[in-house]
Structure formats: structure tokens, C-alpha cells
Design a protein around this ligand. Sequence first.
Ligand code: AQP
Length: 337
Amino acid sequence: MKTITEKNKVTMQRIFSGIQPSGNLHLGNYLGAIKQWEQLQYEYESIFCIVDLHAITVPQDPIELRKKTLEVAKIYLAAGVNPDKATLFVQSQVKEHTELAWILNTMARLGDLEKMTQFKDKSAKSEKETVGVGLFDYPVLMAADILLYDTALVPVGQDQIQHIELARTLAKRFNARFGETFTVPQGKLSDEGALIMGLDDPTKKMSKSAASEYNYISLTDEAEMVRKKIKKAVTDSGSEIVYSDDKPALKNLINIYTLLSGKTKEEIAKLYQGKGYGDFKNDLAEVIANFLAPFQARLKNISDDEALAILHSGAEKIRPLAQKKMQAVKERMGILF
Ligand code: AQP
């Protein structure tokens, strides 16, 4: 996507997206976010971040965090992110993210943050006195990630739309008070992949931090594990394979089938006419395993050193953009630099 600036210069619009290096990345992360990136990187100037500072808003083991940060980078690469096209980097390696987050904190209101569904869901798991301030402030750091780069579009899953709305609010609030500084971003959802639900509970999203591993298909699950998880996945009453809001569990499984096989919902309904959940689930498990096998083979072939080098050069490349934006922010606010 291109735009023409005042000086008649054609520039590519920018997209930004990120994932926390926490837990096991799953099909929801892939179908909601990463799958979109592969195509978008050829149409937009693309920045893909590993948001480690977001991951530490809930307790993380240091050894695991380091391991997961590299694993997420490799997953981006194995899923088709091309480091010659897109910039990949780790959030904490560009310190302007936290600097801008503090400034945006002075613009954000308690009321903005108190209504955030993700905070409400995650904090509900603990006693109020023990809920971290970082978890509460998570959406402000996310706004900083996005606004730092004049991002036009943020390809994410449905669960993040409320956070993008806050980034828009903060950009507008800052611009109104100090003059045009930030581009007001927009979220970009991927059709059916926008919200993949848990296999054990179709009323809740598939999530890395789910209590049971039967909630999700991890991108690193082996075929046998995929079969086991799909076999155990909850289904609705009845036995007909139909795509309907009355059958949320089946609807979720058909969405996954559609997105990974390229078959339409109608084709799937026809294919399983007169057959039951057993046949459908067996085939779905094979569709998933067949998608994961080549992905996992690519993943195995990416070394830690290769991933580290890509992340370091990404941070070097992106840092000047972040520094330039922070200078503009400080200048407008009257902060000496
Ligand atoms: N179930 C989902 N369906 C579609 N998209 C999803 N995403 C997450 N879950 C689903 C999208 O994946 C991207 C990265 O998410 P994240 O790791 O930064 O945080 P999250 O949204 O909180 O993801 P999880 O899996 O639920 O992680 P935990 O449990 O660690 O919080 C985002 O674009 C998100 O929309």
C-alpha cells in the first residue's frame, strides 16, 4: 500500500505487529496474526517485534524467557517472514519503547485502562492486591510500540482491537494537545482467523496461558499430540457437520479446517454429509499435522545464531526511526534533549 506525501514522494505505509515470548505459540497466534504478515510484508513496510517487555507483566522464568524470545524469532522466520523485506527485532533492544510508554502514561486515564478486557480476564486469576501494575499498564506500552513508528495498520487478532483503540485515543489526545505528532493507526483483522477459540472451551479464546494444554494446538506439537488434542476437543450436541453460531465448538473447528486447507465451509459441509464427528476430526487432525510438518522442518533448520544476527540487525535498523520520533515528542512537550 503506497501513499503520496506533500513532496510528491511515493512512500509505503507502515505496519507493526508483535507477539509476546510467553508460553507456546499456537494456531490462534498463527491464524490471527502471523499468517497475515507473510503477504502484507510485500505490500507494506513491515516491522515485526517480539514484545518481551509485555511478557514480563506476568511472572516469567529468566531461562525460559531467553529461550522463548529466540523461539518466537525462529517461528516468525519459519512462517515466512522475510528478513530482507521486514524488520524483526526485540522490543527491549530499542529503549525508546519504554520511554514513550512513560510519556503516554501521563496522557492515559485510569478509566481508559480499567475497561480493558484482557486486564480484567488476566487479573481475575489473582487476588487484587497481587496484580502487577505492569499488567494494568500493558496497553499503554503497546500504544508506544505502535505510535513510535507512525504505524498505519496493525495486523492482529480480535482480542487486541480494544488495545488498538486505546493507541488511537492516545495518539489523538497527544496530537490535540501538542500538535500533529503521531499517525492514528488502524487494526487489521484476518477474516475467520481473527478469533480462534479454545479447543476445550469454545466460549474463550485459544490462549498460551490457558490452564490446560488441551486448550490449544502449539505450533511445535507433533502429529501424535495434534491427533490426541483434536480427538479430545469439545463438540456440540448432534452429529451433523454444519457451520452455525448455534454450534460454536464445531464452528471453531471448521474455521481452523478452512484456513489451513483452503477448502470453503460449503465444501467441508458437503464432504462430511452423512458422516459424523469422528471422520471430521480425524481429517482435521491430518490437515493440521500436514500444515505443521513442513513448518516445523523449516523451524529446525534455523539456528540460534542466525536468529540472533537477524534480531540485532533489525534493532540497529529500526532504532534511528524510534529516536527521531522521541525527539519530536520531547521537542513538542518542552522536554530538553
Ligand atoms: N485465539 C486467538 N485467535 C486469534 N488471534 C489470536 N492472538 C492471540 N490469541 C488469538 C493474536 O496473536 C497475537 C499475539 O498475541 P500475544 O502473545 O501478544 O498476546 P495474546 O493476545 O494475549 O495471546 P495469548 O495466546 O492469549 O497469550 P497469553 O496467554 O500469553 O496472553 C495478537 O495479534 C493476538 O491478537
